[in-house]
Design a protein around this ligand. Structure first.
Ligand SMILES: [Zn+2]
Length: 196
């Protein structure tokens, strides 16, 4: 009798372990997707080596407008930048260090006043920092992960509250067009068309 009680207890423990394992595996995808959604907002642990220059060196490398925006944290006036109404295919690099930041594929049509993207090319290439504010939630500011230059800020997406928009100053970006798609072989007239 004692043995069968022990067996029953053992079976219960094994069943509980299996149930716990199944429950974990069912809930895991939801936990993971939640982490992925919130991760662009948190300051990421960046493994990219830093490009550190003095202000004098930055002034040599950047235009006065780029220096004000990228090294002093200013913003260009809304709807003034060259990439606001711009829709060519290609990649937007950091104009201070050439790190690829955004793709034309992710450019949003939302009219925020600045070139706006739904996500960076790689979350590691940007750093997000929350501005301290006395009035409550501060703005989230976007920086280049390689050279720490100020790029722009995060806007709430009115249509998709869980998908913030990256509003970036045009002066902080340098657009590189995508390579032209391979040309079709030159049209050699067929003998039929020559004949007619
Ligand atoms: Zn940079």
């Amino acid at each position: 009798m004692q043995k069968s009680t022990n067996d029953l207890l053992l079976s219960l423990i094994v069943l509980s372990a299996i149930a716990a394992l199944l429950l974990y595996n069912f809930t895991k995808p939801f936990l993971t997707s939640k982490e992925e959604i919130s991760s662009p907002i948190t300051t990421s642990k960046v493994e990219i080596p830093k490009l550190v220059l003095s202000d004098a060196e930055w002034k040599q490398r950047l235009t006065p407008l780029q220096f004000e925006i990228m090294r002093q944290g200013k913003s260009e006036p809304a709807f003034s930048g060259k990439y606001v109404a711009f829709s060519e295919n290609g990649t937007y690099l950091c104009s201070a260090c050439a790190l690829p930041l955004f793709s034309s594929v992710d450019k949003s049509l939302e009219k925020t006043g600045w070139p706006t993207f739904t996500k960076p090319i790689d979350g590691k290439n940007i750093i997000l920092k929350k501005e301290s504010s006395f009035l409550g939630d501060g703005k989230i500011i976007v920086y280049c992960a390689l050279c720490d230059s100020h790029l722009g800020h995060i806007e709430d997406n009115a249509n998709k509250p869980r998908e913030p928009l990256f509003s970036i100053n045009s002066a902080a970006l340098n657009f590189i067009p995508a390579p032209a798609s391979p040309q079709a072989p030159s049209q050699v007239p067929s003998t039929q068309s020559i004949g007619k």
